[in-house]
Write a protein that binds this ligand. Structure first.
Ligand SMILES: Nc1ncnc2c1ncn2[C@@H]1O[C@H](COP(=O)(O)OP(=O)(O)O)[C@@H](O)[C@H]1O
Ligand SMILES: [Mg+2]
Length: 261
């Protein structure tokens, strides 16, 4: 059991698109160093929830708190600087940057080290650049991208671009990482590697991770807590063992013919 104040708290989040209530009174909390899963059928509101929490979109009602701070109306770039990072359902990367520069740029977003300071403190700037390059190289190694630092990001195969997107998110120094269907389009082996990697980065970076995932084997093995969205409503949340026996969840999402545990 993890004790302490929640890292993220959502209170009554609501969002409507035309005739669709994408999110309806959604409230939950995430505790530190937890790997949590967000599941639910297509169109349930999972990505919308990520968009609201990261400041890409605004709720019609409700509020979001990050480390106790109200971020409901905080701009996305400021939320990122507070330590909330995400990846997208369809990989988003500056493809014309090299693999190494992709990660270096993300480190700079955290370093907050602008051009003026750089000009005034050239020695310190160079030292910092060396540190960033070393840290970026270490991250690339962790994600099996070492040796590819000079390649353009756009030239990488799909699975590697997904990894690079996560490495970039990590380089911004988050305490909370949101992953939108990180295993989509990966083969079985890549998916298993990704699950191990997610566990490892949680441990090494003391992160909280919330991931959207359809593969129930991964969700049940990897996640310590599962949130279930259905037509915009959070219909269940709890440990995976409890979720897979929840009659409402079985009816809405898992179906009656699920594999025995
Ligand atoms: N920008 C948007 N404009 C209009 N409708 C949207 C928009 N974003 C999401 N929706 C609708 O909101 C619902 C939830 O979408 P989404 O959050 O993407 O679901 P999920 O990620 O669970 O598949 C869907 O019915 C979707 O069509
Ligand atoms: Mg989605």
């Amino acid at each position: 059991m993890t004790a302490g104040a929640p890292i993220l708290a959502a209170r009554g989040l609501a969002k409507r698109f035309g005739g669709v209530q994408a999110l309806d009174e959604v409230s939950f909390e995430l505790l530190g160093r937890q790997i949590a899963g967000l599941i639910g059928p297509n169109g349930a509101g999972k990505t919308t929830l990520f968009n609201l929490v990261t400041g890409l979109d605004r709720p019609d009602a409700g509020a979001t708190f990050f480390h106790g701070q109200d971020i409901t109306h905080t701009p996305a770039h400021a939320i990122s600087r507070l330590g909330l990072a995400r990846t997208f359902q369809n990989v988003r990367l500056p493809g014309q940057l090299t693999v190494l520069d992709n990660v270096r740029v993300a480190f700079h977003a955290r370093a907050g080290y602008g051009f003026l300071q750089a000009a005034l403190h050239l020695g310190r700037y160079r030292r910092r650049e060396r540190q960033i390059s070393a840290a970026a190289t270490a991250l690339l190694e962790m994600f099996d991208l070492h040796g590819l630092g000079d390649q353009l990001a756009a030239s990488l195969p799909y699975g590697m671009r997904r990894n690079l997107e996560i490495a970039r998110a990590l380089a911004t120094g988050p305490s909370l990482l949101l992953l939108d269907e990180p295993a989509a389009g990966l083969n079985g082996r890549e998916t298993a590697d990704l699950a191990a990697l997610i566990r490892r980065i949680r441990d090494e970076f003391a992160l909280t991770v919330l991931l959207i995932e359809h593969d129930m084997k991964i969700v049940m093995n990897l996640c310590e807590r599962v949130l279930v969205l259905h037509y915009g409503k959070l219909i269940a949340s709890g440990p995976p063992g409890q979720i897979k026996r929840d009659p409402q969840v079985i009816e809405a999402y898992l179906g009656p013919f699920r594999e025995p545990a």
